[in-house]
Structures are given as C-alpha cells and as structure tokens.
Design a protein around this ligand. Structure first.
Ligand code: NAP
Length: 271
C-alpha cells in the first residue's frame, strides 16, 4: 500500500489524516496516511527513516516547515521564495519539496468564496510562517496594495522587504492614522489559539470589508466575534486547509480530489 504521513509537533489535532483518507477513498486509491509526532531535534533522521521504509511523501506542519525546506533536494519555485516546505514527495529516488499553503489560500478565496484579490486593498495581520506562506501568492494576484501589520513591527518590515520585488507591499502599525479602509483583512496570527481578544482600529475597515481568518474551529472565534460585532463578512481557514491538502494530494498522485460538502461537514463536526 502507498504510504504517506504528516509530521508535526504537536500532531494530535491534525485533520490531515482524515482529509487524505477521504480523498483517497473518493478516488479509489489505496493508501495509508499516518500522523507522526516528530522529535524537535531529529526531523531529518525521522523523515529519512519514513522514506527509507517505503514512504512516498509527507506533509509538514509546525514547527518543521523550514527543516523540511532544508531536507528537500529539489525545491519548487514557491518553496524557494517562502523558504518553507509543507509537502515532500519522493520522485525517482529524489526528495522534492513544495509549498501548497499559498496556492490553497488563493484557491479558497477564488473558487469557494468567489473573492478576487486583484486591485483590492489587502491587510495581513501577522508575520509568522502562515503570513510568509501566502504573501507571494497574494501579490501575484496584483492587489492595489498589501500592508502587513504585526505585534513585532520589525518582523513585518523584514517580510515586506523580502517580498518587495513581487508587488506593492509595506509594513504598518496599528496606530496608523490614515483612512486605510481595507477591502480584505486576513488574520495570519495565532491570537485565537489562546482565545485572546481581537481588535482593530476603526480606520482599518469599512462596511464592505471582508474578513478571512487562516485559523479555523475555536481558534477563529476571536476574529469572528469581532467581525460579527462590526457586521463584516467572515470566513475561516477550513477551506484553505482543504485546498492545500488537495494540492498536496495532486503532487503525490497526479489526481485532484473533489472537496465535497460531506467532507466539510465531517471536519466541522471534529472542530
Ligand atoms: P507563527 O509562525 O507562530 O506566527 C504567529 C504570529 O501571530 C506572529 O506574527 C505573532 O506575532 C502573532 N501573534 C501571536 N500571538 C499574538 C498576540 N497575542 N497578539 C498579536 N499577535 C500575536 O504561526 P503561523 O504558522 O504563522 O500560524 C498562524 C495561524 O495560522 C495559526 O493559527 C495556524 O493554525 C494558522 N494556519 C492555518 C493554515 C490553514 O491551512 N488554514 C495554514 C497555516 C497556518 P509576533 O511576531 O509579534 O510574535
């Protein structure tokens, strides 16, 4: 049987095994997909062992995406740009690294939510791995501007410099007095994981602003409650999770699984 997995630490919460087993069943492909709790200082050894024991590929979640980048012998363009890998595939004995977070995010926006980023004013909150993973894909859709706002301002500056050749991107602080009125606000912070209160200044939004939280389940509640309070449209990151998984599946099996309402409802019950 074909062997796949997801490496992370922690890994218990991961819904990837459920998603990939569903994809495989829907396409009549026999495979196993196991969650692997990676040891913090032994990623390379454990990843190598998995491939030596017949593994054909695996996903990578926190905190191993940069280790996976170093582990890959050949990296896709987007992996090179972001410096992180969420999908490893073994092809002809060579280890390939790719990153499907950004493509999954854009597919969720365009295909599911029917939102076009082109010519829109976009705000990304956060400057960690999740923000870095989607910024190049957002810029390639040619928004009119992209601002990054992060608790640690210097990290937002580093990201905006890193991606400045891809489009109009800049770092801002929460106390910016300008009438910014973003069209789309993306939360790529982990504020919601600790259920902390979410707030944004009034000059950051208008009544048509769309809110997207890359988190899902309880972790999306802080931003969702704030959006509801301000009567703004809100979406969580479950669609992104599914789309990035479908893109990984395609890399491994060259078949794109359908993301069905049944699968969404199975996952919603797990959250
Ligand atoms: P990360 O690298 O640890 O970055 C966390 C970010 O959140 C940093 O910018 C950090 O700011 C900010 N932050 C944390 N606590 C904060 C607080 N109390 N107030 C303000 N800012 C705070 O994490 P990540 O990998 O980017 O993940 C972020 C979120 O995205 C997670 O909830 C993750 O589940 C989600 N995600 C979803 C998908 C999906 O497929 N839907 C994919 C990837 C990630 P500082 O720089 O100041 O520390």
């Amino acid at each position: 049987m074909k062997k796949y997995a997801v490496f992370g630490n922690p890994i218990k919460h991961s819904m990837s095994p459920l998603i990939h087993s569903y994809f495989a069943k829907s396409l009549n492909i026999e495979l196993s997909y196991e969650p692997i709790l990676g040891s913090l200082d032994k990623f390379e050894t454990e990843a190598e062992k998995f491939l030596k024991n017949g593994g054909l590929g695996f996903n990578i979640t926190l905190p191993f995406k940069q280790d996976a980048f170093n582990f890959a012998e050949i990296k896709s363009d987007i992996a090179m740009i972001t410096g992180s890998v969420n999908t490893i595939s073994l092809k002809g004995g060579v280890i390939h690294g790719d990153n499907t977070d950004g493509s999954g995010f854009i597919k969720d926006l365009k295909n599911n939510i029917k939102y076009e980023v082109t010519n829109k004013k976009i705000l990304i909150l956060g400057a960690g791995g999740a923000a870095m993973g989607v910024i190049p894909n957002v810029l390639s859709e040619e928004p009119s501007e992209l601002k990054i706002c992060n608790r640690t301002f210097s990290k937002a500056q580093i990201l905006s410099k890193k991606f400045s050749s891809f489009g109009d991107v800049d770092a801002i602080t929460m106390d910016s007095q300008k009438k910014l009125q973003f069209d789309l606000i993306i939360n790529a912070t982990s504020i919601g994981i600790n259920n902390l209160k979410f707030d944004l200044p009034n000059n950051f939004f208008k009544k048509e602003t769309v809110c997207y939280d890359m988190s899902y389940g309880k972790a999306a509640n802080s931003f969702m409650n704030w959006a509801k309070k301000n009567n703004l449209k809100f979406y969580n990151g479950l669609g992104m999770l599914l789309e990035q998984a479908a893109d990984s599946f395609y890399i491994w099996e060259q078949k794109r699984p359908l993301i069905t309402d049944e699968l969404r409802s199975i996952l919603n019950k797990q959250l």
